[in-house]
Ligand binder design. Structure first.
Ligand code: NDP
Length: 336
């Protein structure tokens, strides 16, 4: 019998989540039957979207999330022992993926690309959901062209750091914002043309100076006040990819609505902007296309990545909360 360690959500977070919103419990897993697969977590993901999930998932049940896991017992020929996969069964060290669950969750149990010498944890990072968010969210929604100016915030994060580099691969000028001088230095290393610490810079002044002809493409990870300041600087026919709004996730629903008067109709009309929100799972049927291209760029040395590692499964809540304090550079991963 395998005993899994599991982090349950035991209280709805108010404001920034706290460690005691979660409780660590043990769960005895049922035996692996015909068609089932037993997996062990290799690298667990903490992502900003989990803050939203913490508003809607049941209490006293596992916290929602994805992980790279290794098959340790299998009665399913599609997933032999030793295979690595990505699944969304939550914050848990071991999971029994039943035949029924596998059948019903074809899009949320994902095979890993051939990783070669690359770390398996990239399956929840640049070669997984955040990588594809950058790839499809930038290229499919905004179609950036060589010579255009691209604005990216959250630029030292998992998604933002990839967006910066993909925009450079496409020949764009990139203006980026991140939350510390160390992060600014790293984003410059990634090739961004102008990088600012949004905590110590007047965003509007910086954009006036660096984008005198306006911003053609804005990849928004942050929302709220940042977007309110950025939008007037869009060029005519600019495109905005609304990926995330992390600056508002810890607000109460009503406060978030108040702050989010960011997309002023006047600018949308006058500058004739196209603004599109998305969820990355829109591209489920093209998932491997994105990962294949991202991996090729990594192997060609065109796409760099960083991971901030938290060691120990007991540190899941700490790693998650750290996202809201800017503790991660690149992808935050928990190695159990
Ligand atoms: P990150 O790796 O970027 O981690 C979060 C970072 O956000 C922190 O390190 C911090 O960096 C920054 N941050 C935290 N609080 C604030 C704040 N109040 N204002 C500005 N920046 C803040 O996370 P991801 O790359 O995984 O996600 C980035 C965004 O993309 C999120 O909004 C997320 O919800 C969204 N997303 C959307 C998806 C979709 O399908 N639409 C899929 C995946 C992600 P700093 O030090 O720079 O402040």
């Amino acid at each position: 019998m395998v005993v899994a360690k599991v982090w349950n959500l035991v209280r709805r977070p108010e404001g920034t989540p706290r460690v005691d919103d979660f409780a660590l419990v043990e769960e005895q897993l049922p035996p692996c039957k015909e068609g089932d697969v037993l997996v062990e977590a290799v690298a667990l993901s903490v992502d900003p979207y989990m803050r939203y999930r913490s508003r809607i998932i049941p209490l006293n049940a596992p916290m929602f999330g994805s992980q790279v896991a290794k098959v340790i017992e299998s009665k399913n020929p599609e997933w032999p022992v030793g295979t690595h996969l990505v699944h969304y069964e939550g914050w848990r060290t071991h999971s029994l993926l039943t035949a029924q669950y596998i059948k019903e969750n074809q899009f949320t149990i994902k095979p890993m690309p051939e990783m070669g010498n690359l770390p398996k944890s990239l399956g929840i990072g640049i070669l997984g959901m955040p990588g594809n968010t950058a790839y499809f969210g930038l290229l499919d929604i905004c179609n950036p062209k060589a010579g255009e100016t691209v604005l990216v915030n959250g630029a030292a994060g998992a998604v933002g750091s990839a967006v910066v580099q993909i925009a450079k691969i496409k020949g764009c000028t990139v203006i980026a914002f991140a939350g510390s001088d160390e992060k600014v230095a790293w984003v410059k290393e990634l090739g961004a043309d102008y990088v600012f610490n949004y905590k110590t810079t007047n965003i509007s002044d910086a954009l006036s100076k660096m984008a005198p002809n306006g911003i053609n493409v804005y990849f928004d990870n942050v929302g709220g006040k940042f977007t309110a300041e950025a939008l007037p600087h869009m060029a005519d026919f600019g495109r905005v990819s609304v990926c995330g709004a992390i600056s508002t996730y810890n607000e109460k629903k009503d406060e978030a609505v108040a702050i989010n008067g960011a997309f002023k109709e006047g600018f949308l009309i006058k500058q004739q902007l196209r603004v599109e929100g998305f969820l990355v799972h829109r591209w489920n049927d093209r998932w491997m296309e994105g990962l294949t291209q991202l991996k090729e760029w990594i192997l060609q040395g065109k796409l760099k990545y960083k991971e901030t590692e938290f060691h120990g499964f007991e540190n899941m809540p700490k790693a998650f909360i750290g996202l809201f304090h800017g503790e991660n550079t690149g992808k935050a991963v928990v190695l159990p």
